[in-house]
Design a protein around this ligand. Sequence first.
Ligand SMILES: Cc1ncc(COP(=O)(O)O)c(C=O)c1O
Length: 427
Amino acid sequence: MPATSSGSDGSQRASLPDRGLSRSEVTELLEKAAQPNVDWLGRMASGVNYFIADDVVAVASEAYLRFISTNALYRGYYPGLARFEDEIVDFAADIFHGPNARGSVTSGGSESILMGVKSARDRAREARPQVDRPEMVVPVSAHPAFWKAGHYFGLDVKKIGLDADHQVDLDQYAAAIGSNTVLLVGSAPSLTLGMVDPIPTMAAWAAEREIGFHVDSCVGGWFLPFAEDEGEQFPTFDFRTPGVTTISADLHKFGYAAKGASVVMSRDPEIFRHQEFRFGAPERNADWYVTPSMTGTRPGGAIAASWAVLRYLGKDGYRTAARESLAFIRRLQEGINAIDGLYVMGKPAMTIFAFTSDSLDIFAIAAGLTDRGWLVSRDTWPVPAIRFMQSLGHAPLAEPYLDDLAEVVDLVRRGEISAGEGRADYT
Ligand SMILES: Cc1ncc(COP(=O)(O)O)c(C=O)c1O
């Protein structure tokens, strides 16, 4: 343990020791720290990691390490890395059916969403300079990153509720669009219920007004296109949909790449122009510092790992993962729906869903499952529920989970388990 000093509130702060450690000492400490706090794979943790197979992790790790000290800010210095990013963007344009689409790799879903919002705001600044306080219309089911973007970039958020089927209330949505609206938002799918919003209807309203429409496909972007190839049906959300201007899709989720990678795509170069930041000081060349997103230095390792996994899996690998994951999720959902008193909420499109009960205390069920070692995501919205965001690595757990769930439900019905704390977990 390094020496410590005390903060003014009495907290212990570690001091950086004068003497460095040997490599073997560092390795030993790393090994200790890397012991997972929780067995996220074996205990069905939701949304913590996105795992399909060890070989995919090995491919991502090798690529990450080879490019560990490269910086995507300096495209000219790292032509191989620049090509990786260009190809990732091309692959995304291909699967989102955007022949003229442009984009960039960001650090994750939140940054991609921030860029979509900033781009719509800046586009409106040119096209509608009379708007002094821009607004965006956002379903309550959308990710908090839209509220973050509103806070950072000075946009008001018009929050839209859901109807009785947990779908976006389209009347409320249409009524919220006003003369200051510069961006409409939809999810494909949303993070709690896994439902794809009726994007074609919503995006048509953006097209009519020539304002932005951002599709948050952070979780679905590298899954749903391949599920569609496998015959799955859900509302179209990509660039085939008139009115969609930008799409966010995370590589570090169902792209199965290393953490720190997402793409944000614009329908065409003119829309993409508003995402970029160009700095040209008068005493220097115009445009001497141009970045496509929030950060300056961008870690090449995350880009290389994404490219390597995309090339390793190819469309077929993603299709297989989608098919097998959906088979597992259907089994889980059918099993849950078959237990008296429980039901899956809404119409989930992929491996993200929530279940609840009208007759039993869902948090008592959560407590019973936790006691049996399962990692349970509790949610309080739109009603108290247990939430899943699973990947294929969890498939072997479907039967043992369902067996435990059935037993726990019986115990709750008999009053032998009471609710735990009933708090909502984030992930
Ligand atoms: C639907 C959706 N959008 C955006 C995000 C934000 O992504 P990140 O945590 O990579 O910033 C998440 C994260 O889970 C998400 O589920």
